[in-house]
Structures are given as C-alpha cells and as structure tokens.
Design a protein around this ligand. Structure first.
Ligand code: PDD
Length: 288
C-alpha cells in the first residue's frame, strides 16, 4: 500500500512520523475519515470542508489547498487500486521542540492512509445493535468543542472502553446537563411519533456528514425531522433508534442498556432511510 506523507507517496513501511510530532506528543491536530464506493469518495467536498473548519478552529494552516487535497485523495485510490475503502486524512501540528506552543512546529504533517473496506456483518443491520449510555460525559463545547474532529480522542476512547466492557456496539455520551449528545464515532437519532429527532449541534456533537444527509433524505421522503434536545428518557421511549457515520451508514439500535427499543426490531423508518441512503449514494460520489 502507498501512503501519502507530507509531499509524496511512499511505501507503507517507509511512512514514519517524527517522535517530536505534536500530534504524537499532544494530540495536536485534526482528521477526517472518508469512504470510497466503487473507487469514488462519498461527500468528498463535505469532508474537506469539515477538515478546513476543524483546522481553522485550532489555528492550524492546512499544508494543501482544497483542490490539491481532493487530487491527492483521488490519486491515492488509483495508485492503491482501491474500490471499496475507508480512508483517513490526518493533519498534525508537525514536529517541534517539546512545549505546547504550536509555533514550535515549523510545518504541519499530512498523512493519508486507507484500508480496503471491511463490510460490517449484515446481521448488524437486520438485527440491530446494543448500545449503552456511558458514564463518561462528552467534552464540554467550551473546553474542547466536539465540532472539531481533533486527534484528541481520549474522551471517546474512554466511552468506547465502557461499551466494550458491556459487550455493546457503541456508547452514547451525555453532556454535563444530562442531555444526549452522540456516540464515540457516530451520531444518534430516535424516532418518536413518526418524527426523526437528533441532538442539535449546540448540545455538543460533531456535525456528522452522514447525519446531515439523513436529515436531507428524511425531508425528501416527507418524514418530519428536527434537531433538538434529547435525554435518556427520549431514548428509552423511542419507537426506533439508529446511529449514523461514514462507515456504518444507518445502523439500527434495538437495545439500550439491555432495554428494548420499540418492539426490539429495526424500525421501518430506519430501514427506509438506510435504503434511500444506499439508493441515492451516486448523487454524492466524487467524479470518476
Ligand atoms: N467518526 N461523532 C463522532 C464523535 C465521530 O467521530 C463521527 C465520525 C461521527 C459521524 O460523522 P460522519 O457521519 O461524518 O462520519 C459523529 C469517524 C467515522 C471516525 O471516527 O473515524
């Protein structure tokens, strides 16, 4: 596999980053996870927009412009003959002396890696998954804004460890006011009285690209939706629940902390949204 590192493609074994890199020392940097279908990236410009927003929020100047970055991603897929893949773009502050000051780093480090997409077992979609509500709270937006997709993922990792210990697929996190935010790598939706509801950005979430598209799909299908305030009670009372992210698309949740959601089967609206997601994919695939 070829890896893109800073200014060139190098064989994977040669793709090494300095031990002085502030991404390694302090988690100082940002990233994006993208998905390619049939060799074309889904929602590429949305991902590059978010990368730019994340970088701007931490005053990190991206080492490549928008067109260059898109070109690199396309070249990456071609060079590696990847059709179905998940890709990751990482930009860290770069190598510099020890110390928090970002100006110690002369140039950011840019890395693009990928792997062939490993499909999730179909049973996850036909049976639904178990989630827990984590004890770990989501970072305060005033401390480390969840809207920044940063290399500082310990908040999510702590919650993920709780999910694993409980045998759950995902852990949902509350904020400090007991409001529902999101999963460790996913956004969460509930269906209540036929209405699709998801936590609004202000409650402390990453504005997921899949989330955005699911809201758009709901509108196209004539299903009412809202970005709002949700609590654990809403979750437990929901008729349906699902998660969204770039690699899992629309994934039904059928149990929360051992309690069944609705009748314990993936819901009809969830299935409709996922079917429309797949049917409409082509609209958002990068050019050939
Ligand atoms: N995760 N919330 C968090 C905290 C995430 O990390 C992600 C994405 C999402 C969903 O966003 P999107 O629909 O744009 O993928 C929500 C990716 C998959 C990751 O961490 O690699």
């Amino acid at each position: 596999m070829w890896v893109y590192l800073n200014d060139r493609f190098v064989p994977q074994e040669e793709a090494v980053v300095s031990v002085f890199d502030h991404g390694f020392l302090y988690g100082d940097g940002v990233f994006e996870t993208l998905r390619a279908y049939r060799g074309r990236v889904f929602q590429l410009s949305e991902h590059l927009n978010r990368l730019e927003r994340s970088a701007a929020r931490i005053q990190l100047a991206l080492p490549a412009g928008r067109d260059q970055m898109a070109g690199l991603v396309r070249e990456f897929l071609q060079r590696n003959h990847l059709q179905e893949a998940s890709l990751r773009i990482t930009v860290s502050r770069g190598a510099g002396e020890i110390g928090l000051d970002p100006t110690l780093c002369k140039a950011p480090t840019l890395v693009i890696i990928a792997r062939p997409f490993q499909p999730y077992p179909e049973s996850l979609y036909t049976e639904g998954v178990l989630v827990i509500v984590a004890r770990t709270r989501r970072n305060l937006p005033e401390a480390l804004p969840p809207q920044v997709k940063s290399l500082n993922f310990l908040n999510n990792i702590l919650a993920k460890m709780e999910a694993k210990a409980a045998g759950a697929h995902e852990a949902l996190m509350l904020n400090h006011r007991d409001e529902l935010t999101e999963g460790t790598t996913s956004n969460v939706f509930v269906v209540q009285q036929g209405r699709v509801r998801t936590p609004a950005v202000e409650y402390g979430i990453l504005e997921g690209i899949t989330r955005g598209w699911v809201l758009q799909l709901a509108a196209e299908l004539g299903i009412p939706s809202e970005e709002t305030r949700l609590t654990v009670e809403d979750l437990l009372r929901a008729e349906e629940c699902f998660l969204t992210n770039t690699t899992q698309e629309v994934l039904p949740v059928t149990r929360v902390d051992g309690q069944l959601i609705g009748n314990g089967r993936p819901g009809g609206i969830t299935r409709r949204l996922h079917a429309s997601f797949r049917a409409g994919l082509d609209r958002f695939l990068d050019r050939e």
